[in-house]
Design a protein around this ligand. Structure first.
Ligand code: NAD
Length: 358
């Protein structure tokens, strides 16, 4: 029996997570596994109910589970809370830190059925299969933050960007191992021409590279990488980068797959891993059944692969998603002429049906 902590969170989180649970239940009934789902509050929803975005009970549940399935958190309702109570800073970052989730894996794969759904040309994106590995517990997001009132009445804000060699080496070795199991190409992304932490990053990659002589290493500045992702995305196999660069580049890379609603993620490193879509709580479409649940469903497939070692079951979910898209079913974010428009629940139902059938 596998224990799964289910944290829907805010906005569309409450709509997409039940669809991923539906897919997991279909896997349960088809393969005879037993998943025990326990739901808990996180983010703005938790703040409203308990006064804190990450209640102790939620953290305890996560620590005592085999894996965590998260929707998304945050939204305008909580944007003006003191910084430590804001869902992103008060829940997401501590959850990652507490569970020691230093590696965030974001596979950016174009499903063939979506070749025409992207805003980019087919000949550029056809065959895209990139794994972005983002460092998740260091860098600017975790650095000290402060505000100062200046003598002239103006304000000064500071965010400290720190990386230790231990943090860099850990994620870079992780990425080399992943590249070794894929096409053997690693692109390390930094801004070593101006930022000191990036200079250290590049030095460490240089020191580690000889241990992985079977992997081709390329260094790229982040500004160039953001351009190359659109110019020629097929040049990339594994990209490894620091926290903020990875956050931004993966939103950009999501458009290679047709929509940000297609990009799953796994955060791993500690005993319990966390699976969530790469997107946020999408307040602009929340409550309208317009959200694409596929990134969350594909995150559940990653859970089966990385946390439970159920490779075949994971592939069945991915295959179900592929078939539904090939048959022309779409949520609004992927909609093209001549396709069948589905809402969030209908898309989840169809994927679950396919899982039981194929
Ligand atoms: P967002 O990812 O929530 O939305 C960006 C755009 O993509 C919106 O137009 C949205 O409608 C669309 N979109 C996102 N997911 C979609 C889906 N599954 N299907 C269809 N369309 C989808 O980013 P944002 O608007 O910058 O942030 C909204 C809130 O989410 C903020 O409070 C932000 O801090 C939070 N956030 C949370 C996480 C997280 O929980 N991991 C990540 C990013 C942002």
């Amino acid at each position: 029996m596998y224990k799964i902590a289910v944290l829907p969170g805010d906005g569309i989180g409450a709509e997409i997570v039940p669809e991923a649970v539906k897919a997991l239940k279909a896997v349960e009934s088809r393969f005879g596994h037993e998943f025990q789902f326990t739901e808990a509050l996180v983010g703005g929803a938790a703040y409203d109910e308990t006064g804190t975005p990450l209640p102790d009970d939620t953290l305890k549940l996560c620590r005592n589970s085999d894996a965590v399935l998260l929707g998304a958190i945050g939204g305008p309702k909580w944007d003006n809370l003191p910084v430590h109570l804001r869902p992103e800073v008060g829940a997401l970052l501590p959850l990652r830190k507490e569970l020691a989730l230093y590696a965030n894996l974001r596979p950016c794969i174009l499903f063939p059925g979506l070749l025409q759904a992207s805003t980019l040309k087919e000949e550029v994106i056809s065959g895209v299969d990139i794994l972005v590995i983002r460092e998740l517990t260091g860098g600017l997001y975790f650095g000290e933050k402060s505000r100062e009132k200046m003598p002239d009445g103006s304000q000064k804000a500071t965010d400290i960007l720190t990386y230790s060699s231990i943090e860099i080496e850990r994620i870079v070795r992780f990425a080399y191992e992943a590249a070794r199991r894929r096409r053997g190409k690693l692109c390390s992304v930094d801004k070593a021409n101006v930022i000191e932490t990036s200079r250290l990053w590049r030095e460490i990659v240089g020191d580690i590279a000889p241990d992985y002589s079977d992997v081709e290493t390329v260094h790229m500045y982040v500004d160039n990488c953001s351009m190359q992702l659109i110019r020629n995305p097929r040049q990339f196999d594994v990209i490894v980068t620091e926290n903020m660069f990875g956050d931004i580049l993966t939103d950009e890379a999501s458009m290679l797959t047709g929509s940000i609603g297609m990009l799953p993620s796994a955060s791993i490193g500690g005993k319990v891993a966390l699976y969530e879509p790469s997107h946020g709580s999408a307040p602009d479409i929340a409550g309208q059944k317009k959200a694409n649940p596929l990134a969350t469903i594909l995150s559940a497939a990653m859970m089966l692969r990385y946390s439970f070692d159920l490779e075949k079951e994971s592939q069945v979910i991915e295959q179900a998603v592929r078939l539904v898209l090939e048959e022309g079913y779409r949520t609004p974010d992927l909609m093209e002429d001549g396709r069948n428009l589905l809402d969030t629940v209908q898309m989840g139902d169809l994927v679950a049906q396919k899982i039981e059938l194929i």
